[in-house]
Design a protein around this ligand. Structure first.
Ligand code: SAM
Length: 346
């Protein structure tokens, strides 16, 4: 059965993730120095590699580039600065869901030996499961991917359930029971995620990640207001008879913006990793509303199409462009809070 959650738009066309992912690029850029520092200060190469000359980096939720290439170059560059009595070879494992456009990723990969100093491999599959052999990864990185849940939380689409999310497509502005269902799913997913990574990351290896968060539970993330905008378009289409109410009732975006202390609590629960660093990062920025619609399209079009069909989704984004003025402000403030975390495998 096809997955209901789709990866980002593939290819390199107008609506592709490759051309509409500067938000995510900014999020990664802001932590670039912190990534270098983490490698310089927290990695003991001699202990980590023992006899081997191969250093393995994994990007979990890499999408199609180019952001992943920049991130992998940063990490490898930082490892090369470390003192080492052997000459190392690098292997990068690009991971994403099975439907990710790995063809575009590999077609745009810098040329080996000239602009790329690592061997590249694709590892297709959900990171909410095992992806690598035991203790085989030295650094596992991810950027802006842990906000995606493994699935839509249970109960959201069941009429009569306390968490039934009728006429809404996310937990923003919804009932406490709906918010709680998202929270529970996130906590369950994080537990599975770190259990798997604990098996795969070698002792002394690092887990580096950044993700979008909110400062406290009661704050709405700015990206969530874009989901509300898409929701209002779908509701209009129901009122006009273009779309059945039931189609909206049964759709929910499987993305969360956890609050900082929630993430800390979950990390502290996993005793396999030491928390070396956990810092808040402010990602400042403004985008005109058309760019915001394009970014949302690049990220959500596949998941929306799986549910509503591509014709409806085409109409949704046409309307979104026509109604840009309904986005709260013309130049949307997309500044938001993120966290950057460095964990070391005990
Ligand atoms: C917003 S994109 C970020 C891509 C890239 N890291 C960047 O910074 O540009 C999130 C990525 O995480 C991937 N993703 C989400 N859930 C995943 C899962 N369970 N397993 C693997 N990848 C996943 C999505 O398919 C998507 O490519």
């Amino acid at each position: 059965m096809a997955e209901s959650i789709s990866p980002m738009n593939g290819g390199s066309g107008t609506y592709s993730y490759a051309r509409n992912s500067t938000w995510q690029r900014n999020g990664a850029l802001i932590v670039e120095d912190a990534v270098k520092e983490a490698v310089a200060e927290s990695l003991d190469l001699a202990k980590l590699l023992c006899e081997s000359n191969t250093f393995v980096v994994a990007d979990l939720g890499c999408s199609v580039g180019p952001n992943t290439f920049y991130a992998m170059e940063t990490i490898i560059g930082a490892v090369q600065q470390l003192k080492c009595d052997r000459s190392l070879e690098f292997q990068v494992a690009f991971n994403d869901r099975v439907g990710n456009d790995f063809n575009t990723l590999f077609a745009s990969l810098p040329e080996h030996g000239r602009n790329r100093n690592y061997f590249a491999a694709a590892v297709a599959g959900s990171f909410y499961g095992r992806l690598f052999p035991s203790s085989s990864v030295h650094i596992a990185y991810s950027s802006a991917s842990l906000n995606w849940l493994s699935k839509v939380p249970e109960g959201l689409t069941a009429e009569g359930s306390p968490a039934w999310n009728a006429a809404k497509i996310h937990y923003s502005g919804s009932s406490d029971a709906v918010a709680r269902a998202y929270e529970d799913q996130f906590e369950e997913d994080m537990e599975v995620f770190f259990r798997c990574r604990a098996q795969e990351i070698a002792a002394g290896g690092l887990r580096l990640f950044n993700m979008a968060v909110v400062p406290s539970k009661d704050v709405q993330h700015r990206i969530a207001s874009l989901f509300t905008f898409i929701e209002s378009i779908l509701i209009d289409m129901v009122k006009e008879g273009v779309l059945a109410q039931e189609r909206v009732d049964s759709f929910n975006i499987p993305i969360v913006f956890p609050w900082v202390e929630q993430v800390r609590r979950l990390l502290e629960k996993n005793k396999c990793f030491e928390i070396v660093k956990m810092e808040k990062v402010e990602i400042a920025g403004k985008r005109d509303s058309k760019t915001s619609v394009m970014h949302i399209r690049a990220g959500l079009e596949g998941t929306l199409s799986n549910h509503f069909g591509s014709e409806i989704v085409e109409q949704v984004f046409e309307r979104a462009i026509q109604q840009q003025h309904n986005l709260q402000v013309k130049h949307i403030d997309i500044s938001s809070t993120g966290i950057f975390v460095v964990l070391r495998r005990n």
